[in-house]
Design a protein around this ligand. Sequence first.
Ligand SMILES: [Zn+2]
Length: 131
Amino acid sequence: MCVNESQRPSKISDIKIHYVNDTLAYRKGNDVYLHEDLKNYPELFRSILKHEFEHDNKTFSLKDFFHDWKSGLPKEELKAFRRAHRDVALRMMLPINRFGVNYNLFVIYGLLVALVYLTMRSVLWIGLNLV
Ligand SMILES: [Zn+2]
């Protein structure tokens, strides 16, 4: 069966790595952007590259969304990297960055806002019905 270009999984050898200093890792198509200091964290480097490769090429998909939850990244090296690059760790929490929109974060923040709203509404409803 013929699949179109965007559905075809790329080979790891198709991935082109670019080193940057303002994000941990980001994949756009076959371009993977990795923080230059990751070279000093070999286990984290390998895990992140594998993680980015396993992302599919779509803008947003559930598979991609859940892929970010099972990180499997080496915890000690990740902690050490975050300690050394707090600015990068903070920037990764922004839903929009120079690469574009992080749809996963938009979904998570949306769910949080909905949760806060529903909790407030329930509290208000209980409060009003107790008087
Ligand atoms: Zn990811």
